[in-house]
Each structure stands twice: as structure tokens, then as C-alpha cells.
Design a protein around this ligand. Structure first.
Ligand SMILES: NC(=O)c1ccc[n+]([C@@H]2O[C@H](COP(=O)([O-])OP(=O)(O)OC[C@H]3O[C@@H](n4cnc5c(N)ncnc54)[C@H](OP(=O)(O)O)[C@@H]3O)[C@@H](O)[C@H]2O)c1
Length: 331
């Protein structure tokens, strides 16, 4: 396992990490969740991602129990939570149970600490921007949580470059600790924001990134291209029809057809190609993996070994297959 600094911070995260969205407390049993975390940790993964909304708080409870029983030294791993949606979701939460106001951020942090059974969160993310709360209030609250020792670093998720910079400017104005990292979607099918909009932020404020859905929710494994599409997958989960409509499109499947041939020529699997491609980008601090089966994680944890295969020529072939190349000044 290789480690990368989280942006300009001194914190070193494993370049591959493990997330729990849709899996822990929902799609998979607790024993599989435990096996996944142990496999990850034993292979050098030191960052586990979570959020208050994941399985309505259950994902943090499952992860907390695993962490407690694992007996791993607290200083050997990094654990995160995210605040914004509440544990009930935006629609079912009362007005004080969601958003990025001082009350909800503080209470969400305290609740996450309890569910995860830890004394502090290493990373705490604002899961989405909150247009109804002044940015000053959010930045002050995050700063205060740091000074109280409840969190170590704070960041954002799916914020625009402008919103991220606003948070920095407020922090600078009041001498507070600004955001260290952003958690954006980044994968072969979704690249513009990461590569273009954020481009300056890596340089100017040293933004770190914990990227999500490197396999576009499993679509980039190629399993939806087969004649025998498995039914026990994320795309079969009730309520996620929107995700299927958005990602399992004819255009994406055509692109993946070409990429699968390329992966075969390189002697690697499609999931490995897709994750190694994310790792190739130096502005990625860590690629957050997801898995519903141990065998999946056994495979994807090997992606680092394939990065050297992605020569300039191969990257060019991938760009041609994808046909969605933004201006990429950082590659
Ligand atoms: N901040 C945010 O808004 C946000 C949003 C989404 C995710 N995240 C974070 O990012 C983490 C990773 O995202 P993600 O789970 O969407 O990642 P992903 O890599 O795009 O999708 C993971 C899913 O792909 C399938 N898969 C993985 N490896 C496979 C393999 N080798 N062969 C076949 N199928 C495989 C599994 O689903 P099936 O077996 O069910 O097909 C697995 O659960 C999440 O857990 C969460 O922590 C954050």
C-alpha cells in the first residue's frame, strides 16, 4: 500500500481506502462488513469513510462495533463522518436535524462519535453545501469542533470550487482553520469537475481529495455489459432506480466495451483498470473503494500494482475510448 498526503496537510492516507455507503447496515451482513474492514486494514488501508445518513446511522453503528472489537490502535487508522442530511434524510428530518447550522453540526458530531464509539473523528465532512446557513457559521462551528478536540480535519463534499474558496476566505478573515479536503465523485465517466473546476484549488489552497464511486457504482466493472447481468447488485436495490438510469446508459456501456478490450490487452481486469486510472491522477489523495463481497475488495486492493501499466500511450487510448476528455492541465 502506498500513502499520500491529504492535500497540503501532513496527514497520510492510504491511496486506497474503504467506504460504507449502501453496504454497511444495509446491503451486506455485519460479518461481511467486518471481513471487509479487516481485509482492508491488513492490506495497509488506514482510512474508513462514513456519514450520518448512511443506512440512517446504522452504518456508523456497524463500523463502530467493528473498530471497537478489532483492537487496532486508535492512532493507526483514520475514520470519518459527514453531516448535512441528518440520519433521517432531508425530507423526514425536522428543521433542526439537518443542514450545516451550528446546532446540527455540533449534535451530528456528538452523535457520530457515539455511534462510532470513538473520542474524536479524524475527518468531518460537510456532505453538501447548505444555502440556508451563512458560511461563517459553518466555518466557525467546524473550527470550534477542532479546538474542542472532537474532530481533527474538516472538509466538504460536492461543493463547488467557489463555495470551497469562500470557506477558505472566511477562515482566513477570522484566523480559523479552513477546510483541508473535498470529497467529490471522480471516475472515468465523471471527470470534468475534478479535472477542470477544481484545478486551481490543488495549487492555491492545497485541497486534498477523498474521491468516491471510482467504479461509478460498479458500472465500470463491466458487469452490466455482460449478457448475464447479475441481479444481486447495487442497481437492484429498491429506491436506486435513478442511479441505474443515470449510469447504466447505452453510451457508458459502449465506452466500457472498448475499455474492457484494452484491459484485456494489458492483462488486467476492468475494475483494476478503472481504479488504477483514478490513482494515476496525483490530485487524488485517496480512492475510496466500496464492496459488497470480500472477493471484490481482494481484487480492487491490487489496483496500485497496475498504475505503472498506464503509460501516456495507454492514457491516450483510454481518453479516446471515453471521448469525454476535459482540459486536463494537471496530468
Ligand atoms: N460524499 C458523497 O456524496 C459520496 C457518495 C457516494 C459514495 N461515497 C463514499 O465513497 C465510497 C465508495 O463509493 P462507491 O461504493 O459508490 O464506489 P464504487 O467503487 O463506484 O462502487 C462500489 C460497488 O461496486 C461493486 N464492486 C466493487 N468492486 C467490484 C468488483 N471487483 N467486481 C464487481 N463489482 C464490484 C459493488 O457493488 P455491487 O456488488 O452491489 O454491484 C460495490 O459496492 C462509499 O462507500 C462512500 O464512503 C461518498
Amino acid at each position: 500500500m502506498k500513502y499520500r498526503n491529504l492535500g497540503k496537510s501532513g496527514l497520510q492516507l492510504s491511496e486506497l481506502s474503504l467506504g460504507s455507503w449502501l453496504t454497511f447496515g444495509k446491503q451486506i451482513g455485519n460479518n461481511i462488513a467486518k471481513d471487509l474492514m479487516h481485509l482492508a486494514y491488513d492490506n495497509g488501508v488506514n482510512f474508513f469513510d462514513n456519514a450520518e445518513i448512511y443506512a440512517n446511522g446504522e452504518s456508523e453503528i456497524v463500523m463502530g462495533e467493528i473498530l471497537k472489537n478489532a483492537g487496532w490502535a486508535r492512532d493507526s487508522y483514520v475514520v470519518s463522518s459527514k453531516v448535512f442530511f441528518g440520519t433521517r434524510g432531508l425530507i423526514d428530518s425536522k428543521p433542526t436535524q439537518k443542514g450545516l447550522n451550528r446546532k446540527h453540526i455540533t449534535e451530528a458530531c456528538n452523535a457520530a462519535l457515539k455511534r462510532l464509539q470513538v473520542d474524536y473523528l479524524d475527518l468531518f465532512f460537510c456532505h453538501r453545501p447548505d444555502k440556508t446557513t451563512p458560511i461563517e457559521e459553518t466555518v466557525w462551528t467546524m473550527h470550534n469542533l477542532i479546538t474542542q478536540g472532537k474532530i481533527l480535519y474538516w472538509g466538504t463534499s460536492e461543493w463547488s470550487a467557489q463555495e470551497y474558496m469562500e470557506a477558505h476566505m472566511v477562515a482566513k478573515q477570522y484566523n480559523l482553520i479552513g477546510p483541508t479536503m473535498e470529497q467529490p465523485q471522480y471516475n472515468m465517466l465523471h471527470r470534468d469537475k475534478f479535472e477542470v473546476e477544481f484545478d486551481q484549488l490543488y495549487k492555491t489552497v492545497g485541497m486534498g481529495t477523498t474521491i468516491w464511486s471510482p467504479l461509478a457504482s460498479g458500472v465500470l466493472t463491466g458487469k452490466y455489459n455482460s449478457d448475464n447481468i447479475p441481479t444481486d447488485t447495487r442497481m437492484g436495490i429498491e429506491g436506486l432506480e435513478w442511479l441505474k438510469e443515470k449510469t447504466v446508459t447505452g453510451q457508458n456501456l459502449n465506452r466500457i466495451d472498448v475499455l474492457q478490450n484494452l484491459a484485456a490487452e494489458l492483462g488486467i481486469s476492468m475494475p483494476i483498470l478503472a481504479i488504477a486510472w483514478c490513482l494515476k491522477n496525483k490530485n487524488v489523495s485517496t480512492v475510496m473503494l466500496g464492496a459488497s463481497k470480500v472477493s471484490q475488495l481482494e481484487e480492487t486492493l491490487k489496483a496500485g500494482e497496475a498504475v505503472h501499466l498506464l503509460t501516456a500511450e495507454v492514457m491516450q487510448q483510454i481518453d479516446e475510448a471515453l471521448g469525454n476528455v476535459p482540459v486536463r492541465p494537471n496530468f
